[in-house]
Design a binder for this molecule. Structure first.
Ligand SMILES: CCCCCCCCCCCCCCCC(=O)SCCNC(=O)CCNC(=O)[C@H](O)C(C)(C)COP(=O)(O)OP(=O)(O)OC[C@H]1O[C@@H](n2cnc3c(N)ncnc32)[C@H](O)[C@@H]1OP(=O)(O)O
Length: 201
C-alpha cells in the first residue's frame, strides 16, 4: 500500500481537505446489490465473504466522504450474520461514520435483504469497521471530528468510544488500566447488578 502510485496521485493535492467537524449525514452511504448465482455458497445463500466485500466498499465510501482522504481498513469488529440472504433478493447496505478519533474512525454498516416483489425488508447484518486516513506514503493523518445531530447519533458516538477501547484492548494496543470508558461501564453494570440483587423490603 505504501508505494502505490494511485495513492500518491490521489493525496498529493490535499486542497480539498478540511479539519472542520462534519455531521454524520455527510458520510452516509447507501449501496444496493442484487444476489445473482455467482454470489452464492453451496447452500444457495449469499456468500459471507461477498457480503463482507460489499460492506467494506460501502464503509470505505463513508470514511472517504468524511475525510476527503484515501482511507484503509484497519479492523472489522462485531460482524453478525443474523439471517441468510437468498438468490434474487436485493441487498441494501447503509453506512456512516459514528465517530472520528485522531487518524482513525468507526464506520457502522447495517444490511437489509429486500424482497424485490413486495419491497419488504428484513435486517440481516451489522458490523463496525475501523478506517484510517492515510497520506501519499501510506502514513496515518489527522481527520476532522464528527458532529452528532440527533439523539441516536449522539448515542452511537458515545458507544463508539467504548467499542474502540474494547477493540484496542483485544488487539493488544491498549493496556487494560487505560481502558477508562470500559472500566466506568463495568462499574456501572456491577452497581446496577448488585442493586437489583437486593431483596425487596
Ligand atoms: C478518480 C480519483 C481516484 C482516487 C483514487 C483514490 C484511491 C482510492 C482508494 C480506495 C481505497 C478503498 C479501500 C478499501 C478498503 C481496503 O481494502 S484497504 C486494504 C486493507 N487494509 C490495509 O491494507 C491496511 C494495512 N494497514 C496499514 O496500512 C496500517 O496498519 C494502518 C491501518 C495505516 C495503521 O498504521 P499504524 O502504523 O499502525 O498507525 P498507528 O499510528 O499505530 O495507528 C493509526 C490509527 O489506527 C488505529 N488502529 C491501528 N490498528 C488498529 C486496530 N487493529 N484496531 C483499531 N484501530 C487501529 C490506531 O488506534 C490509530 O488511531 P488514532 O488514535 O490515530 O485515531
Amino acid at each position: 500500500m505504501r508505494d502505490c502510485r494511485i495513492l500518491r496521485d490521489a493525496t498529493l493535492n490535499a486542497a480539498h481537505v478540511t479539519m472542520e467537524a462534519r455531521p454524520v449525514r455527510h458520510s452516509r452511504c447507501v449501496m444496493t446489490e442484487m444476489v445473482i448465482p455467482n454470489d452464492l455458497n453451496g447452500l444457495g445463500n449469499l456468500l459471507g465473504g461477498r457480503l463482507l466485500h460489499w460492506m467494506d466498499l460501502c464503509a470505505a465510501i463513508s470514511a472517504q466522504r468524511h475525510t476527503n482522504r484515501v482511507c484503509v481498513t484497519a479492523a472489522v469488529d462485531f460482524v453478525e450474520f443474523r439471517s441468510p440472504i437468498r438468490q434474487g433478493e436485493i441487498v441494501v447496505l447503509e453506512s456512516q461514520v459514528n465517530r472520528a478519533f485522531r487518524t482513525s474512525m468507526e464506520v457502522e454498516v447495517n444490511v437489509w435483504a429486500e424482497n424485490p416483489l413486495t419491497q419488504t425488508r428484513r435486517f440481516c447484518n451489522r458490523a463496525f469497521y475501523t478506517f484510517v486516513a492515510v497520506d501519499e506514503t501510506g502514513r496515518p493523518v489527522p481527520i476532522p471530528p464528527v458532529q452528532p445531530e440527533t439523539p441516536e447519533e449522539q448515542e452511537r458516538y458515545e458507544q463508539a468510544a467504548r467499542r474502540r477501547e474494547l477493540r484496542l484492548l483485544l488487539s493488544g494496543r491498549l493496556p487494560s488500566e487505560k481502558a477508562r470508558q470500559l472500566q466506568a461501564s463495568l462499574t456501572e453494570l456491577a452497581a446496577s447488578a448488585s442493586s437489583s440483587d437486593e431483596p425487596n423490603p
